[in-house]
Design a binder for this molecule. Structure first.
Ligand code: 4AZ
Length: 230
């Protein structure tokens, strides 16, 4: 009898079911620097808090917008943030890079959230494990409610991607990838919490094993320094 009870207990809570809530094979996470870009009720892109008053995102995320809001510490897509600390702030200035897929958002005030530790040029060897984050489409075609992260390896050889290597790089292996809706979000080297790029584009999703890893914009450090000093 006692055994039966034990077996029942093990069956009920000892067998984790495989979660299918994924970016493309990712898992839920929370980061204070992770920012959603939107209009205050709908958020369509990711971004990164790089300084107290500055968010970095992709230029193509803010193409035709002037009145933007950011949700910093974004853990859930909707207004209820799952109890996680967050902040919704207005954007007072959008600075678009002249040629790279980067935009800087100057916030109306300083954020209380903790920015990413550092950001800069791509300085890791081929196949280094990087992490990207977002609310973008998952491998089963759905959109997650929770923020997801996935490990994607840097691909020095870009496979079949035609990219501009001076300002872009490829990352992803097997079927691990970012996808539609992840744009603008961070790709970081986790051991140093260093931002190395911004989710930009790709030929489909989850196709690194077919020669199409995801494409990320590099960080133009000099441009950021110049704009932040103005
Ligand atoms: C997009 O449309 C997008 N697989 C982002 C990332 C990738 C593809 C598309 C990379 O936002």
């Amino acid at each position: 009898m006692r055994y039966l009870f034990l077996v029942a207990l093990l069956l009920s809570c000892g067998s984790p079911t495989k979660s299918n809530l994924d970016i493309y094979y990712g898992k839920p996470t929370y980061e204070q620097f992770f920012t959603s870009i939107g209009d205050g009720s709908y958020y369509w892109c990711g971004g990164t808090l790089i300084e107290r008053q500055w968010v970095l995102t992709a230029k193509h995320c803010v193409n035709n917008w002037e009145d933007l809001k950011v949700k910093i510490g974004s853990q859930m897509k909707n207004d209820w943030n799952g109890g996680w600390k967050h902040e919704v702030l207005s954007v007072k200035q959008i600075i678009r890079h002249s040629s790279w897929d980067l935009a800087l958002l100057k916030l109306s005030e300083e954020s209380d959230m903790i920015p990413i530790r550092s950001y800069g040029s791509l300085d890791v060897p081929d196949q280094t494990m990087l992490h990207t984050y977002g609310f973008g489409r998952t491998e089963d075609g759905s959109y997650p409610n929770e923020l997801l992260t996935v490990g994607v390896r840097y691909q020095k050889d870009n496979g079949k991607n035609f990219i501009k290597p001076e300002r872009e790089f490829s990352a992803g292996h097997e079927k691990f990838d970012s996808c539609g809706g992840d744009s603008g979000g961070p790709i970081i080297h986790r051991p140093r919490q260093k931002l190395l790029g911004v989710v930009s584009w790709g030929i489909g999703c989850g196709k690194a094993d077919e020669g199409y890893p995801g494409v990320y914009s590099k960080i133009d450090v000099e441009w950021i320094r110049r704009e932040l000093e103005k």
